[in-house]
Design a protein around this ligand. Sequence first.
Ligand SMILES: CSC[C@H]1O[C@H](OP(=O)(O)O)[C@H](O)[C@@H]1O
Ligand code: ADE
Length: 291
Amino acid sequence: MAQAVLGIIGGSGIYDLPGLEGAHEEVIKSPWGEPSAPLRRGSIAGLPIVFLPRHDKGHRLSPSDINYRANIDVLKRAGVTDLISLSACGSFKEELPPGTFVLVDQFVDRTHKRENSFFGRGCVAHVSMAHPVSPRLRIHLAAAAEAEGLAIARGGTYVCMEGPQFSTYAESMTYKTSGYSVIGMTNMPEAKLAREAEICYATVAMVTDFDCWHPDHDAVTVQDIIRVLTSNADKAKALVARLAKDFPREHEPCPIGSDRALDTALITAPEARDPELLKKLDAVAGRILRG
Ligand SMILES: CSC[C@H]1O[C@H](OP(=O)(O)O)[C@H](O)[C@@H]1O
Ligand SMILES: Nc1ncnc2[nH]cnc12
């Protein structure tokens, strides 16, 4: 059985992971371009951890500018088996106020200007996204949150918009009446790419605001969000520390097969595959391509 390596992607307000023992920077080259930042590698309670701030220090990258493929590729190269996305979000539900952590189990992808697959011309693959979140990771996250006394919601749908502008009132109402729980700008195509790379993925969607649908709250502003981000970020760091302490040291097979997603996904005949693309897929699809 493989050793578990926990990846943490830090979103808005989370540009570092204090408490990482033996922390050092690791620059890994990717054939998919520049990742958001060098990786921070270290351990917590003996569990290997790899941290990546998706917007880079100083929040240099907008959601549409992030190279999601390079990020997932370098995390794969770093040996990450299980990946947690820490993400700020707006809420569509009264019962999910700012400060709540939502362990989402579904995504709706409304992004439209991002590279969303490692595969394509010369090597086509169709992975299942029916269940985009690893249930095992959600269980570990829920247990860690409970142990830390954090307010969590188990389950919910995260709609990912392109941004960078926040939603119009009509959009916000549409998402609310569709039954979605939260909104953000980053978890797609991140979750899709993690699945293609056979990395188990789960999101902690940390509510910062009520977007603009709520009659008792002003339309969202970055200033308002920043006020909530700091306390959310502190809680997220406590959550990660607890998660790491209790996390299994050996990678547990994913009950829904996230870590074997390519077993049933490749459709291009071996003789029709593009050798250049295959080279780029060496990390992401190495397990299946090398046989
Ligand atoms: C700073 S408000 C909008 C910004 O925050 C969220 O980022 P992340 O998901 O990385 O925490 C949201 O998706 C937007 O990118
Ligand atoms: N209301 C909102 N819409 C999109 N992304 C967000 N991130 C935090 N709050 C958000």
